[in-house]
Design a protein. Structure first.
Length: 137
């Protein structure tokens, strides 16, 4: 099950040329991953509070292919390439009416926020992610 998250481009998302500022694609992708977690039954604040589990970005590779502009309606499609008990690699792309504007690979690691150290995710969380590997990529 991949996830498709819709986002409208607002004035605040653009640069002086009226094009989406490059860093904002990362914000769109973060929102898509967060909302996908919600659809899987995981609230990030609840994971931190109840299981001492947080997700942080370790590395990002992104290719910008075409610009998005003010008022565009975009879709962020997310999939999982790999998952282990301590990390997940997401593939994400931003599209406008089926046209791919940007693609990315984002490595997310699991941490214990109180200790600030890498940790393992609980087995039920890991199993949900593992079941989604390769879907939506």
């Amino acid at each position: 099950m991949s996830n498709c998250f819709a986002v409208r481009v607002y004035y605040e998302d653009t640069d002086a040329a009226g094009v989406v500022y490059y860093a904002n694609y990362l914000k769109f992708m973060e929102r898509a991953r967060t909302e996908w977690l919600r659809t899987l039954g995981f609230e990030q604040s609840q994971l931190v509070r109840e299981q001492s589990l947080g997700f942080v970005a370790r590395s990002v590779s992104i290719d910008y292919l075409k610009p998005a502009r003010l008022d565009d309606m975009l879709n962020v499609i997310s999939g999982i390439d790999t998952a282990s008990r301590a990390q997940i690699v997401f593939s994400q792309r931003v599209e406008r009416e089926g046209e791919i504007l940007a693609t990315s690979k984002i490595q997310i690691v699991c941490v214990d926020p109180a200790r600030g150290k890498v940790s393992t995710m609980p087995l039920p969380v890991y199993e949900k992610f593992k079941a989604l590997i390769g879907v939506g990529s």
